[in-house]
Design a protein around this ligand. Sequence first.
Ligand code: SF4
Length: 226
Amino acid sequence: MDVQHVYPEKRLSFPEDEARLTWLALLLDAYSIVDQGIEREIAKEAETRGRNVACSKGCANCCRIHAAVPVYPLEMAGMAWYCTEQVAGVTRQVLISQLEHFEQGDPCPFLVNDTCAVHALRPMACRQFNVFDIPCAEDEDPFYSRREDVLTPSEPFKNMAFRVMLPFYGIVDETDKDIAIKENHIHRQVRVLQQCSWKELAKKMRQFSAQQPSSNDIRFVGGPGD
Ligand code: SF4
């Protein structure tokens, strides 16, 4: 099954940027596959067990309490690009400050006013974290308190997404891709979002802002109200 093309209209698209940054197309393809996998799992739960996702806009409990969000190098490149070239306005200013002052133990530095500032380019782990039926209590981590209510991501879709990402890591041959998936090549490069230093990204954002003729020239597609 070619899942990449099941819902092509749902894939996010940044044509000019994808032409300039070839890795960005890989990441957007991969996220489209991951999202399709999640959509299918959610539909399956609704159909077979009558369950519905309890997560809703404005609930950012998981972004505040999770201390170890896994993130892969290609995803970090995507987040850095999005923050630098897409996020604007007040969200941009708050985000820069949070990235500069971020310390381990703080809520995710990309959380601005209870909204993910990189929502369009948020990592796979964030996309996959969906809770069924009952909204989380304050400070509850349902992964530990009620694991059965947390969506289990589709392994085949996850592997297909990883496969699409592999050229970013220099793996282009189809047989090599099979081996890389079997040996968890991408997963072995995982980092923890909250253990990374984001100061360099804040610096890059400031430099990019300074190069713009006016703040109105920065495209705004992310952040609160999006
Ligand atoms: S990247 Fe976005 S969705 Fe993920 S934990 Fe941070 S604020 Fe939440």
